[in-house]
Design a protein around this ligand. Structure first.
Ligand code: SF4
Length: 461
């Protein structure tokens, strides 16, 4: 049976979310074609031969692209069964069924994907999983990346000295043990995470190093959800594949709680840690249930620097509670903490996205601020009570897009945002100090998972 697995978009990473189910399906004797729309076009001839088509919806952007693509998938493969899986599939199940997707799977989906293929091969076209979200512990196998584009075509690591490294992408865990209110992981994993066995992660790393990887990027929602597991993975990779560098995502709370491990992370080649700071306003952090304060963020910066690890903070810069003064405070913090070069311009433009099932809707004052779910936007639209904040958000988004298309440096883009924010608040923008922090290593793919897709991405079908 021919199965086509499609990855609409995943931040320029070679997707574990395709490679893992591809391995399960190939083991069962199916022919698997992987198509990564970040780098490839979806050819009609591929769809015409498909018995089963899977759409991997790992993030908002991917889901928007998949929705646009469904009419063409259905037209090219009218007899294929189509399933959607990944973080954004179960929370959008009703909408996905409305657009013609037959089966919606979430969480640890590989056993259900394998069962779906087995049933279909046996002539059962009606099989549905017992539950849309499977959180059982599954027997991971080594991902099969042979059908994906070469690693050299994916996002690269850009070093401050101008050199570049080929990046391999790994997942050592899925899900998260935390319940941050704005996070899309929470409605699916409900505070749980699952580990990929150390030997599977190491075998995946080995294969990617053989394919040219010089740096490894862990895509786990939070690498230190299970610090013991994380350290076992790093030690095993270090023993077998010495000399590699890596990056991962770790929340502020974990940077503080597991501070004793930071030196070991650095010794294993950690170049930078992405950390979801989201805001420097404690009242906003409280509403997001982030588990850290502004002071914790400042401590985390110091701890990471002490360990010799760069910190790459991310933000939800615009929320319904963001004031012009609060936005200026965020920019001032980045200046005072010498982090301007550590933050890509798009991070200064992110506007809170409220997907279906968001825990934010539990907040009385928030539920009253948002509109009903809009299937076209895949979220609950909201407007800021102060129209000047929404106008500033649009202006900063335009600066971030210009920075991307015209290749503006981070300092240059930050200066434009600094001036726009002061203008919006009716204040004169003070001159920025000459030193705004040292550039840090970062990936060449700057877009953010919750950003809207570009017209180029939508055209990949
Ligand atoms: S720690 Fe990160 S991944 Fe986990 S719930 Fe919070 S935002 Fe989501």
């Amino acid at each position: 049976m021919q199965v086509v697995l499609i990855n609409p978009y995943e931040l320029g990473r070679q997707p574990f979310g395709l490679a893992e189910p591809a391995a399960w399906l190939a083991r069962d004797g199916h022919q698997v074609v992987c198509v990564d729309l970040a780098l490839e076009r979806l050819e009609r001839s591929v769809l015409e031969r498909a018995d089963l088509v899977g759409l991997h919806l790992a993030m908002h952007t991917a889901t928007r692209i998949a929705v646009e693509a469904m009419p063409r998938i259905r037209a090219a493969a009218p007899h294929a069964r189509v399933f959607a899986y990944g973080l954004y599939a179960p929370v959008n199940a009703a909408m996905l069924r409305d657009i013609g997707i037959d089966v919606v799977l979430g969480g640890e989906a590989e056993p259900d994907i394998a069962e779906l293929a087995r049933r279909l091969a046996a002539g059962d076209r009606d099989w549905q999983p017992a539950a849309a979200v499977n959180l059982s512990r599954i027997p991971f196998v080594v991902p099969d990346r042979t059908g994906l584009p070469a690693l050299t075509r994916y996002a690269r690591l850009l070093m401050p000295d101008g050199s570049e490294r080929v990046v391999g992408f790994l997942e050592a865990t899925r899900g998260c043990k935390h319940l941050c209110r704005h996070c899309p992981v929470v409605p699916v994993y409900q505070g749980r995470f699952r580990t990929v066995p150390v030997e599977v992660v190491v075998a995946d790393a080995r294969a990617q190093v053989a394919a040219g990887a010089e740096h490894l990027s862990f895509g786990d929602p939070d690498f230190l959800n299970g610090p013991t597991h994380a350290l076992r993975v790093l030690r095993a990779i270090g023993r077998e594949l010495p000399g590699l560098t890596f990056d991962a995502t770790v929340k502020v709370e974990h940077l503080l709680r597991h501070r004793e491990h930071l030196a070991e992370l650095a010794a294993h080649g950690c170049l930078f840690l992405t950390t979801a700071v989201e805001s420097v306003d404690d009242a906003v952090l409280e509403r997001l249930d982030k588990g850290h304060t502004r002071a914790d963020f400042v401590t985390a910066v110091a701890l990471a620097r002490e360990a010799g690890i760069a910190l790459a903070p991310t933000f939800v810069a615009f929320t319904p509670w963001t004031t012009l003064g609060g936005y200026l405070a965020l920019l001032e913090h980045l200046v005072h903490l010498a982090l301007v070069e550590a933050v890509p311009p798009v991070q200064l433009a992110i506007r809170l996205l409220v997907p279906a099932g968001s825990r934010l809707l539990e907040l009385d004052d928030f539920a009253a601020m948002v509109e009903p779910f809009d299937p076209a936007l895949l979220g609950h639209p909201w407007s800021h009570p102060d129209p000047r904040v929404d106008a500033l958000a649009r202006e900063v988004q335009a600066i971030a897009e210009r920075a991307e298309t015209e290749g503006l440096g981070r300092r240059e883009a930050f200066t434009a945002v600094w001036q726009a924010a002061h203008r919006a608040a009716g204040r004169d923008a003070p001159a920025l100090p000459p030193a705004l922090g040292a550039p840090i290593p970062h990936h060449s793919e700057p877009w953010y998972c919750c950003a809207e897709p570009t017209s180029q991405q939508l055209a990949s079908f």
